[in-house]
Design a protein. Sequence first.
Length: 487
Amino acid sequence: MLCHISAARRGHLTWLVPFLWTVALGLWGLSRQDSVWRDEAATWQVAGRPAGEIWAMLGNVDAVHGLYYLLMHGLFGVFGASTTTLRLPSVLAVAAAAACVALIGRRLAGFWAGLGAGLALGLLPAVQFYLQEGRPYALVAAGAGLSTLLLVSLLSRQPGRPGRRAWPRWTAYGITVLVCALLNWLSLLILPAHAVTLWWVRAGRGGWLRWAAYGAGAVAGALPLILFSRGQSDQVSWIPPLTWHMLIGPGILLAIGGLGAWADRPDRARLSAAAVGLPLLAVPQLGLAGLSLVQPLFLDRYVLFSMVGLALLIGAALGAAVRACAPRFPTAADLLVPGVVGVAALALLPVELGKRAPASRVDDVLAVAGEVARLKRDGDAVLFVPAARRDTALVSPDAFTGLADIALASTPVASDTLKGEESDPAGIRAALLGQRRVLLVTDAAKVAKPASAERDKAKAAVLRERFTVVEDRQVRGRRVTVYERLG
């Protein structure tokens, strides 16, 4: 049994098993039936541009994701554009986070706590969603896991060890926090979480000073991006104001985390799973809620990295259960963590299947492109409502070959934007009146919102007054409607 495995081999198993387990979860259904939704389409179309054009675009939009876009540009250049290239970095990042949380759990609460924490991370429903997502949030979670592991190693180093030996890890800590901030500057909420851990364990003056210095360095490095991206705040203007029902999910997570902390039974001033995991879970969630009172920003993906804290607390609870069981039932104790993880995986199977289905996202830009390719005729025109739905053509240009984008005045590349710049309403109306057949690409009825832009209102008015519908297809959250000129 595992109780007879050497300490060295246990040390390797602690992180290797969760890493491989998480990779397997990520590779399962990675293509999501060859679907790509609107957020991932932004990554896809920007990563396909030359680096100079990406840099120019960041001056107008999405500066907050600039580092991630440049990273994906490099990967697309080496491995080609595909759903595998798009999502595999997130799979590997979550697997790395699982390995880090496993090592933290083992150091603080023993082998079984570490193994349980690492295996639990990839099963959490929120993590399941972003495990296969072509966006930067999984990479931030990996950075949070690494920075927390570094902090734990620094706080738990033996008294009397020369202080100069710690500076490489403090430097790595500061660099990791900075890189995470450049991927998503809200990840800086990990710094107050770590501050709570320092207070919990009554860290010495030297520990506080070093944490403050390297943390301040990370904040200073990210400050230009923070200030510049604030000028692009219209990108998050769609996020609804914070309401009580939005806090139900975080409240449940905090309750689960509290149970895990109670199971760890920490003593004050002792570095424990509770002292690390509970602040890491609670502080980012509460901090983002507080920021959202000033400007609505509350989205779970912005604090996905806090799930590292939840996984650590779950692992601590499993480790406590093993310790309680071992004296009387040693064989059962060895099977407890694998058994609980297996049961949890089966219980969450509907969730796991759902996250890997195209319906788990609001739309699919690739499926509607296939409908356009089937319905188009030479000489047809195409319209997009809203203009952001042009992402379908940007990701699948071949499907739109031969169609005239009559509303487009300046392409996304030429205008250094994501969706391009369209003509004024009068110009769009004049262009439409010269067409006999038009394909309209928009949102499916169940997710569509009323047109708000004057350009979109002009498109709808002309189509309603001068055209009639001859074909209408809805697929995976998007819709293509074929209009023919009356008379």
